[in-house]
Design a protein around this ligand. Structure first.
Ligand code: UN1
Length: 496
């Protein structure tokens, strides 16, 4: 079979994995379609990449930030020229429909232009010193080599959320993208290189988490790690990085609730539920996986939601008219199957879907029916654990207060949505929902790049992407300039 063969990017050179191992990138809509062959790297490749990044840091950190930003700006422009091509590559390697992969590339373009602006900000502070003839200020400093581990569901947007702020702040990077979506990282970095990024400033090591991700986390010359993925792996990353006190930014799971009150615009709430639940085949960390319905509208909502869900067209995301693409791989299908079985065993009712699609055109891919589970109660596992597939649970409640309580009764806290026309309840929800993001009259998905992105509880460890990312990719240096020409002892010479 002929397909392109890709290599790691280390110090500006494209190199195979030292161990010679490779992995195939398959199209989840048609597993006979090989997108490409990529290196399956190990610790020795990571070590080489880190050493190239360390070398490049010596000069990159001295490039003025506005100049670094110009490279991002050019990369943003190149991405916009190649938007359609890169979106098609992305649908082919991970399945989501073309409209959504176009959106994913657009998110990277938005991030490029947003972060390029930071090149002329990166503000520090000045403050009066407590001593006379002494000047005090703080400045942002880059960290050094940073390690970035990225997921397959937003294979260009999420790498851009990490690479661009890291770069504008003066860091050099080693990125390990998910094994299911290496091509989109390759495309993103290709745009950076053509925009003028010097060799070694970004290095790519393709491979599996345990083989290539773990050595990156543990490498002593890597100064910080940014990870997006499951809470299970995030916990391992944090524990391993803790051994040498490495800062870690973790962006993990969700079990996001959309609450619909009796006074809501029902059609709008249905549009939101459909898009939030089944967009990206439910494979977003912001996906709507619980819909909380007030008793007055529950029956009406459920019948319309089920009818509209059954009409969704599942298929190859490159084909016109397809609403829902495949799941990314067979393991994700197994997870969806497993959770439907658990839910039914615990008393939930299957209202739509529930099964893999395996016949005819579906036979070569990893497809799962858009699935609705009714009669779900807050203590069931399906109401508490992340599925990361097209599986939505419906729960009912009496009072607004009860809805907030159910929404908050889980271990995650990423995104939440409330549909209502009652402004008082809207603001109460904004205050009381335990989540990093709350939408009013809009679905749980669709965050914009220039606001803080992240969650509370098991979703994250307090860091934010978007607005806030530069806080992670810089460290503060406090600077005192004494122009008194004498020894001034703080807290002593000026004591009262
Ligand atoms: C994710 O699912 O990991 O807010 C990121 C959204 C997208 C990003 C999702 N802009 O739904």
């Amino acid at each position: 079979m002929t397909y392109p063969r890709f290599h790691n990017l280390i110090g500006g050179k494209w190199l195979p994995a030292i161990g010679g191992k490779t992995m195939l990138n398959l199209n989840p809509a048609n597993n006979r379609d090989v997108v490409g062959e990529f290196p399956a790297s190990g610790a020795e490749d990571v070590a080489k990449a880190v050493s190239a990044a360390k070398k490049a840091f010596a000069t990159w950190r001295l490039v003025p930030a506005p100049k670094r930003a110009k490279i991002l700006q050019r990369a943003g422009y190149l991405l916009s020229v190649r938007k359609e091509e890169y979106a098609r590559d992305m649908t082919r390697e991970m399945g989501k429909v073309l409209a959504e992969t176009l959106g994913d590339v657009q998110e990277a373009i938005d991030e490029a232009f947003y972060v390029a602006g930071e090149g002329r900000r990166l503000f520090g502070q000045t403050t009066p010193s407590e001593l006379q003839n002494k000047f005090a200020m703080s400045v942002r400093m880059p960290l050094g080599v940073v390690g970035l581990i990225t997921p397959w569901n937003f294979p260009m947007a999420i790498p851009s959320w990490k690479l661009f702020p890291a770069l504008v702040c003066g860091n050099t990077c080693v990125i390990k993208p998910a094994e299911d979506t290496p091509l989109s990282t390759y495309n993103l970095v290709q745009a950076l290189i053509e925009a003028g990024l010097p060799p070694g400033v970004v290095n790519i090591v393709f491979g599996l988490g345990p083989d290539a991700g773990a050595p990156l986390v543990e490498h002593p010359d890597v100064r910080a790690i940014s990870f997006t993925g499951s809470s299970e792996v995030g916990s391992l990353v944090a524990q391993r990085a803790a051994a040498n006190f490495k800062p870690v930014s973790l962006e993990m799971g969700g079990k996001n609730a959309q609450i619909v009150l009796d006074d809501a615009n029902l059609e709008l709430a249905l549009d939101g539920a459909l898009w939030g639940g089944f967009g990206t085949t439910g494979q977003r960390c912001t996906a709507t996986s619980r819909i909380l319905l007030q008793k007055g509208i529950a029956a009406k909502f459920i019948s319309r939601f089920v009818a509209r869900t059954k009409k969704l067209s599942v298929g190859n995301g490159l084909e016109k008219g397809v609403d829902v693409g495949p799941q990314v791989n067979a393991a994700q299908i197994e997870t969806s199957k497993k959770y439907v079985a658990i839910a039914l065993a615990e008393g939930a009712k299957l209202l739509a879907g529930g099964h893999p699609l395996t016949k005819g055109a579906y036979a070569k891919g990893t497809f799962f029916e858009p699935t609705i589970l009714g009669s779900v109660t807050p203590t069931m596992r399906i109401a508490r654990e992340e599925v990361f597939g097209p599986v939505v649970s419906l729960l009912e409640f009496d009072t607004f207060e009860h809805a907030i309580q159910i929404a908050n009764s889980i271990d995650y806290g990423l995104s939440t949505a409330l549909y209502t026309k009652d402004v008082n309840r809207a603001f109460t929800a904004i205050r009381d929902l335990e989540a990093g993001i709350t939408y009013i009259n809009a679905p749980t998905i669709g965050a914009e790049v220039h606001l803080p992105f992240g969650g509370v509880k098991q979703t994250g460890n307090g860091h934010r992407e978007g607005l806030g990312a530069i806080d992670f990719y810089t460290t503060w240096k406090s600077v005192y300039v004494d122009f008194s020409d004498k020894l001034q002892r703080a807290q002593i010479d000026n004591a009262e």
